[in-house]
Every structure is written in C-alpha cells, then in structure tokens.
Design a protein around this ligand. Sequence first.
Ligand code: SF4
Ligand code: SF4
Length: 447
Amino acid sequence: MPEAAEAPIDTPEAVPSPKTPQKLDLGDLHYEGLMDCVHCGLCLGACPTYRALGVEMDNPRGRIYQIRAVAEGRLPLNETFVEHMYLCLDCRACETACPSGVHFGARMEEARGMIETHYPRSRMGRLLRDFAFKRVFPSRPLLSALVAGMRFYQASGLQWLLRRSGLLNALPGGLGQKEALMPEVPPGPLRRPLPEVTPALGPTRHRVGFLTGCIMSLLFGKINRDTVRVLARNGCEVVAPSEQVCCGALNIHNGERVVSKDLARRNIEVFERSGVAFILSNSAGCGATLREYGDLLRDDPLYAERAKAFSAKVRDVSEFLADAGFTAPAGAVRARVTYDDACHLIHGQKVSKQPRKLIEAIPGAEIVPLRNADQCCGSAGIYNLTNTEMSLRVLEEKMRHVRAANADILVTGNPGCLIQLQAGVRRAGLKMEVLHTMELLERAYQA
Ligand code: SF4
Ligand code: SF4
C-alpha cells in the first residue's frame, strides 16, 4: 500500500493542471475522519466483498485509501472509483472489527454524496435516480401506490403467469433474479397507518415515540402492529405521529444527502412536538439512521443541537424492552429458534445481546446458535436490486450457516434482512419461518 500524501488538501501545489485529477469540493466529507485508518488490515476478514473477491480496492482499507486519494486530488472521481464505492454493502462490519475507531459507514455515505455531486451520470441514469430518491422514497403516497401495484401484480395471478412462462429470466438485467426477491405484499388493511396513540395495557410506565418506517408500514404492517402490542403489554403508551416521514436511510446510503437532511429535519420537528422521552424503531436500518442525525446535521446551525438531542433518544425496540425491563410471555412457542444479527443493529447500533435476551425469555423456545450471525445477508437496503450478483453471493454464504443451524424459526430485526432471508429460505427450499423479533414475542404473548 503506497504512503498517502500528507500535504494539507488546500495547498497551492494541489491546484489541478489539465493532466491531474480535479480537486473537488468535498462537501460533507469528514476528511480528518479518514486519517483514523492506520491501514492495519484488521478489518479485512470482516468484509463480505473482500471475502468474495480478494481485491484490495474492495475492502475497507482500500476504499478509505481511494476516498482519501480522490479527496486529495490524486485519483480521478471516475467510473472505477464509483464502482468500488457502490460495491460496498455499507454493512459496517469493518467498524466493529476496527481497533482505531474508524467510522466507516459515515465516511462511505459522505463519499457517495461526493459522487452524486460530481459524477456525470447519463441523462437517463440521473432521471431514474431523481425519480426514485427524490420523488418516490420520500413520498408516502407514491410509495403506497407502488406497493399497491406490487400487490395487484401478485394477487391478480400475473406474477404466477410470468414466473411459469420463464419470460422474466429471458429479460435483460437479471430481472428474474431481482423479481424472485420480491416479498409477499400484505392486503390493504395491514398497510393502513397505525393509530397516533396506542394506550398501555395496564398502568402507563413509559410514553414512547415510534418510527413506523416506510417499508415496515407498507410491507410488514403486521410486524408494526405486533411491535405496538408488545410495547403496550409492557406498560408503554405508544405515540406514532402521522406527520412523521421516511428516515432517509435509503437516500443517505446512496449519496442523496440533501433529501435525507430535509427528511431528518422534519422528523426532528415532529418528534419534538410529540414530547416523548424515547424514539423507538423496529427497523435496524432506520434506527441506525436516526441515531446518526446528529452527525448528518452537524454543520446545520439551526438543527445541529436538536439533531444530537433527537439521536440521544433513539433506541431499537428490542434494546428498549430488554433494558427497561419487560414481562416475559407466559405462552410458549415450542420451536428451534435461531437469530441473525441485522448489520445496522449489531454494527450500526451495537445491539446484539438484547434481542437474544428477549427470545431466550420465551417459554418453549430452544435457542440454536447461528454461525457467523454477525455477517451480512446481502440485503443492504436496495443493494440486492442494484448489485444482485454480489448480494446473492453474500446470501449463499449466509444460507450455508442457516441450513446448518437446522432451526424452525429464523429471527432478525430489519425489514431488508427479512426480505432477503425469506428469499434465501425459498431458494434453498427450506421449511423455516423467517420472523421479526417482535413478531415472535407477540406470538408467545398470544399463545
Ligand atoms: S479501517 Fe480500521 S481495521 Fe481497517 S485498516 Fe483501517 S484502521 Fe485497520
Ligand atoms: S461496510 Fe461492509 S462491505 Fe463495506 S467495506 Fe465495510 S465490511 Fe466491507
């Protein structure tokens, strides 16, 4: 690994000539944060893309080196750089492995922000990105319409017909593989918004806010309802403000920082008005993003302090229940249960013991270990759609361990992981349920 130049980034000698790469406006990039990496390589074994490819440019150390070189004007921000940055799953396993405290996820997201500011995408590519990230993802009505279309596609028999015809596999762009990942869309009633306030069952011990999430509320409405019931059973009055918006996770993971900051500001205002002491999420990806609003808005004079205060209130729902004290269910779930850590829960939020503690409290549940449970399943937001081949390679590795665990129920705590693992179970022909931690817990309460 060559030694990186130590010259400050704004020195006159760095003024670009036509033959040297352009020095860029770094935007949000926390350049000093890149210096925390001492190139020791202790993170390499944790990196799924490095395990798959064995290429230095596709491991955390190589990626940090490239970001730094582009920031210093020693490498051009070109297609190669973009490919290496977007092949990263942003799983943050390297953060857990890193002894130097490199905050890799944030640096990767900032680097992608730099890409989306400077990289000249094709007209069609830009239009598609703008439509997805600026129109559809932040808009509940548009996202609802998209999900309703998916429901029609499945319920009308069109999906069955297309799958049987083999047409999807004949279409370009690996459409058949991508379509096979589509989760089953629930019927309309399960996609309706939650009540703004759900009272505690029994005396109120806590008043908590709940981020309903876009994917969770539209594709996993039952899990959201189970979550609220579990909280209510444990003395929580649950406030789910109807004005809340998408957390911005998909935008921030894909370099669309302006939209994600706007969404963050709106959520801060909404939850400030609600006056809750905690803001809970049952989606690892959303929770990790909420916890980083303080970092995202660090340079915003109006919101920096409010964002920090907001992030300090955020908890994953399993973390909150386990730490606040919960009543173990009386009912039994007699099954072999194994747990897979969502990356943004274990690496992004450092929550791994608490969901296990909840599952262990379920009478009848026999806990079986899952080897490499802390490694990514390949879902990574929309990575399984944008980088399907690598995503499936990562999933294959995960499914080898899932098969070996030989459980009846596989539990995880993130919607993307649920979709990916359900697809993995279908592909592998396993007879195994894939459930969210709150779903399993509520099943035990109801048993
Ligand atoms: S990211 Fe951390 S573990 Fe990886 S090379 Fe840099 S300092 Fe070492
Ligand atoms: S975030 Fe995950 S995929 Fe990206 S460099 Fe780190 S370990 Fe590798």
